[in-house]
Design a protein around this ligand. Structure first.
Ligand code: C2E
Ligand code: MG
Ligand code: MG
Ligand code: MG
Length: 289
């Protein structure tokens, strides 16, 4: 579309203003088309949930997985969440997407338990907009009941920036969610510019160090400093720490040395379709540290 617009602008010899206007229109049109298609994709069963296993560092065992949605689009192929979650977040659609992923994830966790992987937890991402809607508490309660998943095996991941959007409201809502027995993780921690004092009384159980810091933990001293500060902040407040985006053994070693509780990343496992998760769970952790 953008290309067509560019050709048209060039062919007609119009100035850059016209060019930018038409590419912007094309982008808007593409978003609108994806939004319309996404509405249909949910009931059509085109959303697919992948799972990325997470390793407990002390035990050197897998302890659960994070649910990460993809869209098996009939024409565009398998779309990553970055292509459609922001669009869904701009409309109420994210509530439907979120509920779909939550239900699938809880069903899968029950299947893992039944297959002998007892106690495996599943983590589900919750968007800012879902957090603004009180109905999320009822939805989580209903899905737990429906799937008979132990609430202690469900983790909800909320990004730091969506909490800061309305700290007071988020705090109240997360207390209500925690009342159901689920646990709360703060995702992408370190990127949201929150004041540490604001988070002091926040009802979270775990901080997830953003992968941008993990990526540079061995090479850029400021990134390492952030990672270590997050670990010690979490320790002080009695929270656990997860590091996401671990790609090298060096990064894993560094995180372990500094007391990180849990790691996740391509070094251990990529996000995989539901039918491949249990094979990963059966694998031992890292052979060498
Ligand atoms: P996130 O929750 O921070 O998820 C981690 C992302 O990092 C995932 O990307 C994962 O595939 C990727 N990742 C994991 N390990 C590595 C690694 O070692 N290296 C690198 N380079 N990347 C790694 P993905 O699946 O594309 O998801 C992107 C984001 O989309 C997620 O970030 C989350 O914010 C959002 N998302 C995914 N599923 C859902 C969902 O069901 N609901 C909502 N609201 N958001 C979702
Ligand atoms: Mg996440
Ligand atoms: Mg993250
Ligand atoms: Mg992220």
């Amino acid at each position: 579309r953008a290309n067509t617009a560019m050709h048209r602008a060039k062919a007609s010899g119009k100035d850059n203003v016209q060019f930018y206007a038409s590419t912007r229109d094309a982008a808007v049109a593409e978003r609108m088309e994806l939004e319309t298609e996404l509405r249909r994709a949910i009931p059509a069963g085109e959303l697919v949930v992948y799972y990325q296993p997470k390793l407990d560092v002390a035990a050197n065992r897998f302890v659960g997985a994070e649910a990460l949605v993809r869209w098996q689009h009939p024409r565009h192929g398998l779309l990553p969440p970055g292509r459609f979650i922001p669009i869904a977040e701009d409309s109420a659609l994210i509530v439907d997407v979120g509920e779909y992923v939550l239900r699938q994830a809880c069903l899968q966790a029950r299947l893992w338990h039944e297959a002998g992987h007892e106690g495996m937890s599943v983590a589900v991402n919750v968007a800012a907009r879902q957090l603004r809607d009180e109905r999320i508490v009822g939805t989580v309660r209903d899905v737990l009941r429906e799937t008979s998943l132990a609430p202690s095996c469900l983790e909800l991941e909320i990004t730091e920036s969506s909490i800061m959007h309305d700290l007071e409201h988020a705090t109240a809502l997360l207390h209500a969610l925690k009342g159901l027995g689920v646990s709360i993780s703060i995702d992408d921690f370190g990127t949201g510019y929150s004041s540490l004092s604001a988070l002091r009384n926040f009802p979270a159980d775990k901080l997830k160090i953003d992968r941008s810091f993990v990526h540079e933990i061995e090479t850029v001293s400021s990134a390492a400093a952030v990672a270590l500060a997050v670990i010690s902040f979490a320790r002080t407040l009695g929270m656990r720490v997860n590091a996401e985006g671990v790609e090298t053994l060096g990064q894993a070693q560094c995180l372990r040395k500094h007391g990180c509780d849990e790691i996740q990343g391509f070094l251990l496992a990529r996000p995989v379709p539901a039918d491949e998760v249990q094979a990963v769970f059966r694998q031992p952790g890292l052979a060498t540290w």
